[in-house]
Design a protein around this ligand. Structure first.
Ligand code: BES
Ligand code: MN
Ligand code: ZN
Length: 497
């Protein structure tokens, strides 16, 4: 993606603004009409003429584009609803609307005038951040495998003018933070959207090495199949057994904190394609299983974002990458494998493969003595039944960690909802031929999947995010970049704000 530059400015007389597109927030009056925005004398009459028509009422999320003049080519009015109701949600919606509409224009530059909106310093910082991240994500276009020309956003430069409630340094940090978050989410989307014949486990390894080249504080190491066999990762290896693509355990260490600080750990499910294996999935929509590395993609995206932000903490990202295929060598229902923890697993359904790669990655990450471990996985179709595409499932063996993730989700509007992992569900995993089986007995599929993982996360504070409903969309088909915003916010909060 071509870079977009963001500049935060304070106090500029509207008359002196020159722009290809001047964006003006417009509030709604008590009588339901649009209030006149502060635009200075020169173009004020043109805006007033338009508002008098009464088409545009300033409703939240609505927009109208007016032709300007020589120095301000376009004026974009963006409805913000009632001024009293312009809360965090309204402010976020404003940023989202601006991003979406600017990405559709031919304008290379735009100036957003927030003067007169009277935001508190905190709200302004958040809005600057939101504007930058929303513009960056709105301008993302997938074109890796297209030879036909796709129209790309023309936008290269965004200037945001505010009242000066925030110091120039803080304004600059806010837009830079938003930009980093947007680019992190876009990286996750790009990896998710890339088809399974290109985005293989080894492709993900290459991405990890590339990320380490981009960020000095990031180090990557890869465990290949021989190394994993030596360690005893029989569960992870059983998933890629039917595939010609070798499995990979990708470890990325971000060192932004002190050398002695224990790291936070992110563990991502990286199934680059999930056919179901011998327990083959039905045909319709099977293509969507290229998104089954969405958890892994969010680990890449989050590390990219926090490394750009230079968060003062240590984070280790582990990606368990494999391709789940049927073949003469593939794992069969009834096979028993031995995990890195030493526990044996009866694989009754080869389509419940995510937990099989994650359990070994969870055991492995224990050697880093992590403060907290969060795994992220497109783990179960059942979570879509429970929570739809709005929230991801949050499972945790620690209430404080669960709350931190839920709060981070609220703040970033990338929300999760807590689900139980009570012992009452564990008996569904009892097996006659191994220490446990890899599926439950039919009910609460997301919970029994999380209960399976919990057995490998007993030594540390751990949470599991089931993102099967939120990491990608079926229409328009594509990766969403979630839960990068939640994870980045969680780590920012852990780093002290
Ligand atoms: N990758 C799927 C889960 C999934 C389903 C993600 C739909 C995104 C959309 C996972 O590996 C899977 O197949 N889970 C099974 C588990 C079952 C066999 C116990 C499922 O959810 O059906
Ligand atoms: Mn599966
Ligand atoms: Zn899967």
């Amino acid at each position: 993606m071509t870079k977009i530059t963001f500049t935060a400015k304070a106090k500029t007389a509207p008359e002196t603004i020159r722009s290809e597109c001047l964006v003006l927030p417009v509030f709604q009056t008590a009588s339901g009409s649009a209030a006149k925005p502060d635009i200075g004398s020169r173009l004020a009459s043109r805006v007033a003429d338009h508002l008098r028509l009464g088409d545009f009422k300033g409703a939240s999320g609505s927009t109208v584009l007016i032709t300007g003049d020589g120095s301000i080519k376009r004026i974009m009015l963006v409805g913000c609803g009632g001024k009293k109701k312009f809360d965090r949600f309204g402010q976020r919606r404003f940023a989202e609307t601006v991003g979406r509409e600017l990405s559709r224009l031919k304008a290379k530059e735009a100036t957003v005038n927030l003067q007169g909106v009277a935001l508190s310093a905190d709200a302004l910082a958040q809005t600057l951040e939101d504007l930058a991240s929303q513009v960056v994500t709105a301008c993302y276009v997938y074109d890796r495998t297209l030879t036909k020309t796709v129209e790309k956003p023309a936008l290269r430069k965004v200037v945001i003018i505010s009242d000066g409630t925030l110091s120039p340094a803080k304004s600059k940090t806010a837009v830079a933070t938003g930009e980093a978050l947007g680019l992190g989410a876009n990286l996750a989307r790009e990896l998710g959207n890339t088809p399974g014949n290109i985005c293989t486990p080894r492709f993900l390894s290459k991405q990890a090495r590339q990320l380490a080249k981009t960020h000095k504080a990031l180090k990557t190491s890869i465990l290949d199949e021989a190394k994993m066999r030596e360690l005893g990762m029989g569960s992870l290896l059983s998933v890629g057994h039917g595939s010609d693509e070798p499995s990979q355990l990708i470890v990325m260490e971000y060192r932004g904190g002190k050398a002695k600080d224990r790291p936070y750990a992110l563990v991502g499910k990286g199934i680059t394609f999930d056919t179901g294996g011998i327990s083959l999935k039905p045909g319709p929509k099977m293509d969507e299983m290229k998104f089954d590395m969405g958890g892994a993609a969010s680990v890449f995206g989050t590390l990219h974002a926090i490394a750009s932000m230079e968060l003062p903490i240590n984070v280790v990202g582990v990606v368990a990458a494999a391709e789940n295929m049927p073949s003469g060598r593939a794992t069969k229902p009834g096979d028993v494998v031995k995990s890195l923890s030493g526990k044996t697993i009866e694989i009754l359904n080869t389509d419940a493969e995510g937990r099989l790669v994650l359990c070994d990655a969870l055991t492995y990450v224990g050697r880093y003595k992590p403060v907290e471990v969060v795994d992220i996985a497109t783990l179960t179709g059942a979570i879509i039944v429970s929570l739809g595409h709005e929230a991801c499932g949050v499972f945790a063996n620690d209430d404080d960690l669960a709350d931190a993730l839920l709060q981070a989700g609220e703040k970033s509007h990338d929300r999760g909802w807590r689900m139980p992992i009570w012992d009452d569900y564990q008996r569904q995993l009892d097996s006659r031929f191994a220490d446990m089986q890899n599926i439950g007995t039919g009910t609460a599929g997301s919970v029994t999947a999380a209960c399976f993982l919990a057995r490998f996360a007993e030594d540390y504070k751990w949470a599991h995010l089931d993102v099967a409903g939120t990491a990608f969309r079926s229409a328009p088909k594509g990766a969403t970049g979630r839960p990068v915003p939640m994870l980045v916010q969680y780590l920012r909060a852990r780093a002290g704000g």
